[in-house]
Design a protein around this ligand. Structure first.
Ligand code: GDD
Ligand code: MG
Length: 343
């Protein structure tokens, strides 16, 4: 089966990391996120993918010039302007000659969902589309989905304004949200107007629901949308700390090429290639991209640094601060939850 990977968003919530790099090319434990996604699909029998691209499309083709990402061969569909999540699916399906039944994935979701199970649920449901759901405490950043006992979707509300929109959620149950993995049929493609932006969450799924033709499967597999600094950090730490058993870091070359002073204290953290960490510096629950320098006595906790960022001596960085490529945090600065440069 073929899959369309949606990769064309601007990654706004991850700025300045995404100022030059699309979200799905950001490294997770040293490998671009898209490689984790493609590995997972290859393990589940997906034969090829269409990369649905827009923002910084060339970053993908430059990184994988041979037309393969790991085991998967890929084709590309580059939108002339953002078409929205449904417009992008239609555009990519046409560009990649995708017909029949196929998969669509939000490219910024890391999951261990078995897509073969989703496909078989789809086959027995006879629905026009079948989507994966996850249970969460707060549905407001997601698409809130209410189903009946049989898995038929009763309502789909994208980014509900308040959790009270989940009044229809069965009592005692946690709300379930769109997990961003879909089995679609060409009947869904026919609903998508060509040549203009269309949102699958706001326009298309509500239509399919109204026709009683959307099915869903609730999964408890590992699942994480990586769209915010907190989530991006969690994507890295979940692998490091073993919360994602199917994903392991096997390449220690980054750690080997870093120069870490013996008096530095490194907690759970990703240290990129050729980073330098000075004496008495502390790095904890953080991600350092390649070539970062943390000077003496500096503290970096719960923060993310882009390539070549420098944290000056005795500076303190906490609270999901995000420092862009090549930026210098001045010596002695105290930054909490700050983006530099400002997003
Ligand atoms: N090609 C293309 N064109 N891709 C796009 C476009 C577009 O115009 N807009 C967004 N994308 C891609 C993004 O790059 C991302 O991989 C995916 O579509 C989803 O967009 P996000 O911007 O990350 O959406 P979200 O996280 O706010 O919400 C979505 O994901 C949630 C689950 O992770 C929705 O699908 C929610 O319903 C869902 O719960
Ligand atoms: Mg997202």
């Amino acid at each position: 089966m073929k899959a369309i990977l949606l990769l064309g968003g601007f990654g706004t919530r991850l700025r300045p990391l995404t100022n030059d790099t699309p979200k799905q090319m950001l490294p997770v434990c040293g490998r671009p996120m898209i490689e984790w996604v493609c590995d997972h699909l290859a393990r589940h029998g997906v034969s090829g993918v269409v990369l649905s691209l827009g923002y910084r499309a060339e970053a993908f083709t430059a990184a994988y010039p041979c037309g393969r990402i790991g085991q998967l061969s890929y084709e590309i569909a580059v939108e002339p302007e953002p078409r929205g999540t449904a417009g992008a699916v239609r555009f990519a399906a046409e560009a990649g000659a995708v017909t029949g039944t196929f998969l669509v994935l939000n490219g910024d979701v890391l999951t261990d969902l078995d897509v073969r199970v989703l496909t078989s649920v789809h086959e027995t449901s006879g629905a026009e589309a079948t989507i994966a759901l996850q249970s969460v405490d707060d549905p407001t950043p997601y698409g809130l989905v209410v189903t009946d006992q049989s898995g038929r979707v009763l309502s789909f509300s994208e980014k509900p304004e308040s959790p009270s929109a989940s009044a229809a959620v069965p009592e005692g149950g946690r709300p379930t949200v769109n997990a961003g993995t879909y089995v679609l049929t060409s009947r869904v493609l026919d609903r998508i107007a060509p040549g203009r932006p269309v949102s699958i969450e706001r326009e298309i799924f509500p239509q399919v629901v109204a026709d009683g033709a959307l099915a869903a499967l609730v999964s408890d597999a590992y699942w994480l949308d990586t769209g915010t600094p907190q989530q991006y950090l969690a994507a890295n730490l979940d692998i490091l700390e073993g919360r994602r058993p199917n994903a392991r870091v096997v390449d220690g070359s980054a750690a080997r090429s870093a120069v870490i002073h013996p008096d530095a204290r490194i907690g759970m953290a990703v240290i990129g290639r050729e980073c330098e960490v000075g004496p008495d510096a502390v790095v904890q629950r953080s991600v350092l991209a390649d070539g970062c320098r943390i000077e003496a006595d500096a503290v970096v906790v719960d923060s993310v640094l882009g390539p070549g960022a420098v944290v000056g001596a005795a500076a303190v960085l906490t609270g999901y601060s995000v420092i862009g490529a090549g930026e210098l945090v001045p010596p002695g600065a105290r930054l909490h939850g700050v983006r530099q440069p400002a997003a």
